[in-house]
Design a binder for this molecule. Structure first.
Ligand code: A2P
Length: 277
């Protein structure tokens, strides 16, 4: 046949999307990209439910999907979707999801929601993103969103992980953004100086060690970055990490005089749990 058409992946699952790229960052972390349904609209920073089909239930003879909440790590303008995930050896979903390859299908329930969105915070001068572990994911989206730089004079992302290798996904993304000529052109002069990156580790030696919460209490983070301590007149914050971290940083932010916002009631900061298996 001379007019043969290329074979297209035929979706066989409900809400199926096709994996287009997979990268393993450490033995515990990986990221992947997949096709984006034309109808899926979301705000940078939101999350969706994604997953895979589970085993056949011997009682019913049917397969049920295993779905978990995942922050969309790609920005709202991206043609594809990106996700950043932990690998839990006996996790119902991630023990399988970590084996996906290009061409495989995942399930995506196209109902984005979340509080880590620009709409949920009041205008300010400086925006802080505080992340631990895979809590970096929503900020990977927001850091590629032009509005982030349009709305603020300064954007500071802190990322605390146990080990240096766990910072790699975030560090590579920051490098990409700094070299992104299109974003620089779009944002105009001064864009590169706006973005500040503050990675720290707690269990392996690195240039900056310590939990971000301790570094805030000691004032180190403000001295290191050469900025004034957080103040409700100027500073806004978005927080995404493990539960203990979220609670501790909420306390700190409230202590600086910031209040928690929501989509329906924008204030000075917002928090979301990093989703894990
Ligand atoms: P630490 O190593 O001191 O526990 P995890 O991988 O467990 O989700 O942790 C990610 C990072 O968050 C680790 O560096 C961890 O530090 C840090 N962390 C855990 N709990 C808190 C907390 N309550 N406040 C600040 N950082 C925390």
């Amino acid at each position: 046949m001379t007019d043969a058409q290329p074979i297209k992946a035929v979706p066989t699952l409900p809400d199926a999307q096709t994996v287009t790229f997979v990268q393993h960052w450490t033995d515990r972390l990986f990221s992947f990209r997949c096709t984006r349904p034309l109808t899926l609209r979301f705000r940078s920073g939101e999350f969706v439910m994604i997953g895979l089909m589970g085993d056949v239930d011997p009682k019913t003879g049917k397969q049920k999907p295993i779905l978990r909440a995942y922050s969309i790590a790609s920005p709202s303008w991206d043609e594809e979707l990106e996700f950043y995930s932990i690998k839990v050896p006996d996790g119902p979903l991630t023990s399988r999801l970590q084996n996906i390859r290009v061409g495989d299908q995942i399930i995506l329930r196209p109902k984005p929601v979340g509080t880590l969105v620009h709409d949920a915070i009041l205008p300010g001068k400086r925006l802080w993103f505080f992340a631990t572990g895979t809590g970096f994911a929503p900020f990977a989206s927001l850091l590629r969103e032009p509005q982030t730089y349009e709305d603020y004079d300064e954007v500071i992302i802190t990322h605390t992980c146990r080990e240096v290798g766990e910072l790699a996904y975030g560090a590579a993304l920051i490098d990409d953004i700094r070299q992104d000529e299109m974003l620089a052109e779009l944002m105009g002069e001064g864009f590169h100086e706006k973005l500040r990156y503050y990675p720290t580790t707690t269990r392996e030696q690195s240039p900056k060690m310590g939990r971000i919460t301790d570094l805030m209490r000691s004032g180190d983070v403000f001295r290191d970055l050469g900025v004034e301590p957080i103040h409700p007149d100027n500073d806004r914050a978005m927080v995404c990490g493990n539960l203990a971290f979220n609670l501790e940083i909420k306390d700190l932010l409230e202590g600086y005089g910031l209040h928690e916002g929501a989509n329906s009631d924008p204030r000075e900061y917002v928090v979301e749990k990093a989703f894990v298996d």
